[in-house]
Design a protein around this ligand. Structure first.
Ligand code: ADP
Length: 593
């Protein structure tokens, strides 16, 4: 089972890459290799719908038997009834069987689509993620995949039934009365013209609606994240107004789509009903003249009704097909995205020492005019701690991002243990480093889960040691559930300082060779500040440490402090040395007092 699933995910990615920009082909290719399953489910689908096609014939038979008692026996009525009843009863089993076989197939396709998207999201570069809203991505994973599943379901079920019904009705009618057939044929061109007129509008409105929904989803998730800030500044009214405008745009886009869809439905319905009325008048006239039987009038009328209904549903499927194809394109926007993280994995780095050198590094963001790192060089020994300070926008976080491997410098090299990072296996490298990001990311779960994230087989003893190192032992001890205390979503129950120390504990537990610490900018009370300082001191003793510090007290004990300005180091030394020379660092320090 597992192997099959994996195959389907890679099939799904292959299908997209081979049929880039051709949604219909992608859709049909989902069925590749599934012919035996399709044959089996189509057999049951035929059985499921058989009563639908038999009802007009049996009805016509019974009316004819009743109308002409001299030609038939009463037993013929019972025979016809039992025959149809048997086919009606088996419908339960065949409907269930179709679902069992076909729905399993399409649910698996939906699963593979979602799984492929998740796989791709994990491969896309951090720069891509920084520029793309998570709400938009969520909408693709949930809504668009569901649309494709709905399309596969309705397309197969309706399209098959509709086509077979039309064929049966046409064959029976043609055999019994070619004249009546003429009425059936009148429909086709009328419907095709209608479809042509409204098709473009339906497609455009679907596309607009989809993009509005995505934008709204991203705005909603941003609004929810911002609620504490909004509340703190008393800006609820403004946020509500902003969201109302957005929701209004979605409403209008949805309304425009609905209007087009229903106008289309109404036009097709009226044309169909008028044709059916004409058919009734015509066959009624033929029966009046004795050319056909009363039973046949009912037969044609029922078949015609069925054809009308089916052609109608075929046309009504069109908006849904457009929606599904639009979702296939939307999923493609991620699967085709080329901004993936490159991992050359040329040289192994099994036992890292933690020596790092930035050699003449130049780095520029995609849309930036100037170099963010401008001929930046520094060499750091194993076990050394180095802190970067400087004004906002100086390039400090960029240095850390390059060291993690989130992006590569355009010029120059970053060497780890003397190996160019470009050639390293990033996963192997990252398994030996730990990162404490500026905004601590905690997830719903216990304190234990949050600290041990990504580390296995951790004993309580190890955990308590780390908690002591970061000064959280007292707090956790006083919680009724201790390490098993639930944190609430995004760690909402923790203070800023505590959250940051949990994040440091998470880093320390990995026993890394390099720690990269981007200090949070938010202000802390003096007790928390002291505790963070102690935690950082403990951290610096254990391995090579890179820090970006905003509170200059945090980095008092760093081996070296580098003052960064416009992507270059302008001053470097120990805390005492820099205070002594009364240069840039001294100025920064005075500003914080
Ligand atoms: P610091 O950490 O010193 O405050 P950063 O390294 O975050 O500075 O940023 C350095 C410069 O690069 C700033 O001018 C910032 O606006 C710019 N920058 C940061 N991230 C991006 C990005 N994703 N795209 C474009 N420019 C960016």
């Amino acid at each position: 089972m597992k192997k099959k699933t994996n195959n389907t995910i890679s099939d799904c990615i292959k299908n997209y890459s081979e049929n880039r920009g051709r949604p219909v082909k992608i859709l049909l290719n989902f069925y590749r290799g599934q012919i035996p399953t399709l044959i089996k489910s189509t057999f049951f689908l035929t059985m499921q719908n058989l009563p639908l096609w038999l009802i007009p014939i049996i009805t016509s038979n019974i009316i004819n038997i009743a109308t002409y008692p001299d030609k038939y026996k009463a037993a013929d009525i019972w025979g016809n009834t039992i025959f149809l009843a048997i086919f009606l009863l088996q419908n339960i089993y065949s409907t269930y069987s179709v679902s069992k076989i076909y729905d399993k197939l399409i649910r698996q396709i939906e699963y593979s689509l979602r799984s492929s998207l998740i796989q791709k999201l994990q491969q896309l570069s951090i720069m891509y993620h920084k520029n793309t809203s998570s709400g938009k991505l969520q909408s693709k994973i949930m809504r668009d995949c569901e649309n494709v599943e709905a399309l596969l379901s309705s397309m197969y079920r309706s399209l098959f039934v509709i086509l077979i019904s039309i064929v049966i009705a046409v064959v029976v009618t043609l055999k019994k009365s070619p004249v009546v057939m003429l009425f059936f044929l009148v429909l086709a061109p009328v419907e095709i013209i209608l479809l042509k007129v409204l098709r473009k509008s339906i497609r455009q409105r679907n596309s607009r609606f989809r993009s509005e929904i995505e934008t709204t989803q991203s705005d909603v998730s941003e609004m929810i994240e911002l609620i504490p800030v909004t509340r703190a500044h008393g800006l609820q009214r403004r946020e509500i107004q902003k969201m109302d405008n957005r929701l209004g745009t979605v409403m209008n886009a949805g309304y425009a789509l609905d209007k087009t869809n229903w106008l289309f439905n109404a036009c097709t319905w009226v044309v169909m009903q008028l044709s059916q009325l004409a058919c009734l008048a015509f066959t009624g006239y033929l029966a009046f003249k004795g050319k056909i039987s009363v039973g046949e009038v009912v037969l044609y009328q029922t078949y015609f009704g069925q054809i009308v209904g089916h052609v109608n549903s075929l046309l009504n499927l069109y908006p849904q097909i457009t929606k599904g194809l639009e979702s296939i394109n939307s999923i493609g926007e991620i699967l085709y995205e080329e901004n993936v993280e490159t991992n050359n994995s040329i040289l192994p780095l099994s036992d890292m020492q933690g020596r790092v050198e930035f050699r003449d590094v130049y780095y520029k963001y995609e849309d930036a005019a100037d170099w963010t790192l401008n001929n930046f060089s520094i060499s750091v020994k194993p076990g050394e701690s180095i802190a970067f300070v400087g004004g906002s926008g100086a390039g400090k976080s960029t240095i850390l991002n390059l060291l993690i491997g989130f992006d590569r410098p355009q010029e120059g090299k970053i060497l780890v243990d003397g190996i160019n990072m470009q050639n390293l296996d990033l996963n192997e490298f990252r398994s030996q480093i730990a990162v404490v990001p500026q905004s601590t990311i905690l997830f719903s779960g216990t304190i234990r889960d949050n600290i041990t994230y990504g580390t296995e087989n951790v004993t309580d003893e190890q955990l308590w040691k780390i908690l002591r190192d970061v000064g959280l032992d007292d707090i956790v001890n006083n919680l009724p559930d201790g390490l098993n205390t639930q944190l609430g979503e995004h760690g909402g129950k923790m203070s800023g300082g505590q959250r940051q120390r949990i994040s440091i504990a998470r880093a320390l537990l990995r026993n890394p060779k390099i720690i990269i610490f981007d200090e949070a900018t938010s202000a802390l009370d003096s007790v928390s500040e002291k505790k963070i300082q102690d935690a950082v001191d403990n951290m610096m003793k254990q391995c090579t440490t890179f820090l970006v510090a905003h509170r200059l007290s945090t980095i008092k004990n760093a081996d070296r402090i580098a003052v960064v300005d416009h992507g270059r180091i302008v001053e470097m030394g120990t805390y005492d040395e820099l205070m002594e020379i009364k240069g840039e660092f001294y100025k920064l320090k005075k500003m914080q007092e």
